[in-house]
Ligand binder design. Sequence first.
Ligand code: NAD
Length: 465
Amino acid sequence: MKQHDAMYIDGSWRPAEGGGTIEVVNPADEQVIAVVPAGSAQDVDAAVRAARAALPGWAATPPGERADRLAALRDQLAARAGEVAATVTAELGSPLAFSTAVHAGVPVAVCGSYAELARTYSFEETLGNSTVLHEPLGVVGAITPWNYPLHQIVAKVAPALAAGCTVVLKPAEDTPLVAQLFAECVDAAGIPAGVFNLVTGLGPVAGQALAEHDGVDLVSFTGSTAVGRRIGALAGGAVKRVALELGGKSANVILPGADLPKAVAVGVANVMANSGQTCSAWTRMLVHRDHYAEAVELATAAAAKYVPGEKTGPLVNAAQRDRVRGYVAQGIAEGARVVAGGPEAAVPGTGYYVAPTVFADVTPEMTIAQEEIFGPVLSILKYEDEDDAARIANDTIYGLAGAVWAGDEATAVAFARRLHTGQVDINGGRFNPLAPFGGYKQSGVGRELGPHGLTEYLQTKSLQF
Ligand code: NAD
């Protein structure tokens, strides 16, 4: 795997000012696999200056030409998909098949969707006696997490570039290598110097410097609610635009009449994928009292397939593993019943593994029913009737995603309308890279993906005639 001891700023790779470094560890074997620069506030400043200098030229580039460059970027990502998958597996720990299908595959689709949107979107509209221009917002500071490391980069950078904005990216410290690979792809795609810049570094240093920088017009952040709240406050103080994609505690509501074996199997798979490190994971399964015992049995059997070290990877680092273990212990202490996995279940001796765990007899006020665990842990809750199910589903601070299963689509849709959440999959509906993704309540501010994601990077000007 290729790595850079430099950062991609203004179209070339240059060393960090301070000389600090960050070790990248493979969470499956705990070995250091790379060392990348720890960018300082000066590096962030250099990158923001480069992005500002490149802004007028890129903003004035016709959308069709921006589309051509994004199509070239998509082709680069597609051509290097094998390297992307291997890199994400090495630094995040996800099994190679999942890295190939999701971590490498989804960014190609999303980048392609923005090549298409840049070409077809109406950057001008007529409203009465006005022409409304949709203009690029400016310089974007993008701060991304490690759980879907390339997807989260592309979900910000591709719409920003489609809109005519320029970008400084600060990726997560656990997964900087796929960000370096992305920067190589940007370069090879012929995107002009300064339009995209990469500063690797620590959150409280490089991330904070980027969020605070006067030269940044929009901060787009994905990660924890705690950091998101700080970034939102900083942006509010400076009156700059902010987009926040934060945590979730999504409900998978299985209504009477649903195909129970299918709903449970898909629900368990949804939680265990990526070792549970998915902000939109359906970590609460809600089942009617009449079907509860059967659902618990089905979930127990389904969880057994997620063998740690085979179908399920490790957690990203030791701190995340310890955090997840802490939640499992707390679930037991609060009276939930382990029906799969748990603290005694076997995991590989090396690597940051937690056994995929299913809790039954979870009640809505328990910590494991309220807080985002970010690990392979499913809580199964019982409800009495639809009103009770809706109340439980909506009873968290989050509202990012969810699922409803019913005997017919109309029943499921009627229930989905009652959920305070940004996305709901109906009877196993597929991921749609054009559908707006983002949160109600404390799951965030703004939407990513598709045309709704593009508008985040635009501001409007009205001309009256
Ligand atoms: P985090 O919020 O600390 O990190 C996300 C990004 O923010 C990283 O690039 C990090 O370097 C940066 N960052 C950290 N502190 C910063 C600061 N003060 N100013 C600016 N940028 C800063 O998330 P984490 O510690 O990696 O994970 C902790 C928890 O967050 C997880 O357990 C999970 O609950 C949640 N999380 C959610 C998502 C999501 O997609 N919604 C992704 C990752 C983590």
